[in-house]
Write a protein that binds this ligand. Structure first.
Ligand code: HBI
Ligand code: FE
Length: 290
């Protein structure tokens, strides 16, 4: 059932603080796509992008996974807010993905439909200087800097498309909450093993000045191997550092472990209480001891 635009905007606006959505949702085409209007960005916005980019880039060595760093460097977008069409031209030749410009958060149906068709929604507006460290809705810096580089990795790119297809199925199976937890703990806040130790691949961490440092320091937070069903039972926090970080061996594991049909898993999970964000179950091993 397609969420009408009015229902969607009202639903999202009723979010925790009831704040209105930031974006301009008036001139949309199918599936909430808008024009990026790259020429409309101001010099101040490009300067803020450069500042955010510089701050994050200095933190990447020794923290971000190498695939992310190599792709980001190849994109060469330190000089200002990127033109999505220019990136899509290169991205499409590499993994068949394109960027679609969106006003901000969009309904799940539209979001999953884009992912299932190798289109990644990227918000067109940039945060204000006062929001340099934290903002409620994803902006172009989070979506582009955090998510776009790994779309150049073939295995990760295949996973995101399967995730989109899974999302469309989950809507009919009532598995949206469980799938959102999986997305949160992998694509947004996931860690990966490397010969040099744990590294970050989650966009929410990679685009955050503070959590990128925090998440690899021994702390009260858990660092445990990803088990998909256990992850989909685990509640998450969206306004503080994660209390649990799930770690994958490599992107192939992420693709393989999320390939099966989730229907029986959703049924099992719904019979159990969700797990608090800081749980540690019997037999689970901490991968980064405080
Ligand atoms: N919309 N633009 C945008 N970006 C997202 O990351 C996003 C979204 N809508 C819904 C959503 N994410 C989450 O509910 C996913 O779990 C689907
Ligand atoms: Fe995101």
């Amino acid at each position: 059932m397609k969420t009408s635009q009015a229902d969607f905007l009202e639903t999202i606006a009723k979010k925790s603080d009831g704040a209105e959505l930031r974006g301009d949702y008036t001139n949309m085409t199918a599936n909430y796509v808008v024009n990026q209007n790259w020429a409309n960005y101001t010099e101040e916005e490009h300067a803020l992008w450069r500042k955010l980019y510089q701050r994050q880039s200095e933190l990447l060595p020794g923290r971000a996974c190498k695939e992310f760093i190599e792709s980001l460097n190849a994109l060469d977008v330190s000089g200002g807010i990127p033109d999505f069409e220019a990136t899509s031209a290169v991205l499409e030749k590499t993994t068949g993905w394109r960027i679609v410009a969106v006003p901000g958060l969009i309904p799940e149906l539209d979001f999953f439909t884009h992912l299932a068709n190798r289109r990644f929604p990227v918000t067109v507006w940039l945060r204000t200087p006062e929001e340099a460290d934290y903002l409620v809705e994803p902006d172009v810096f989070h979506d582009y800097f955090g998510h776009v580089p790994l779309l150049f990795n073939p295995i990760f790119a295949n996973h995101i498309q399967e995730y989109g297809k899974g999302g469309l199925k989950a809507m009919d199976l009532g598995g949206l909450d469980e799938l959102a937890r999986l997305y949160w703990y992998t694509i947004e806040f996931g860690l990966i093993q490397s010969p040099e130790g744990l590294r970050v691949y989650g966009a929410g961490i990679l685009s955050s000045g503070s959590e990128l440092v925090y998440c690899l320091q021994p702390s009260k937070s858990r660092h445990i191997a990803l088990d998909v069903e256990r992850c989909m039972r685990t509640l998450y926090k969206f306004d503080s550092f994660q209390e649990t970080y799930f770690v994958i061996r490599d992107f192939q594991q992420l693709f393989d472990d999320t390939a099966p049909d989730f229907t029986p898993m959703y049924e099992r999970i719904k019979k159990q209480a969700p797990l608090p964000a800081n749980s540690l179950l019997k037999g689970e091993v901490e991968l980064l001891c405080p």
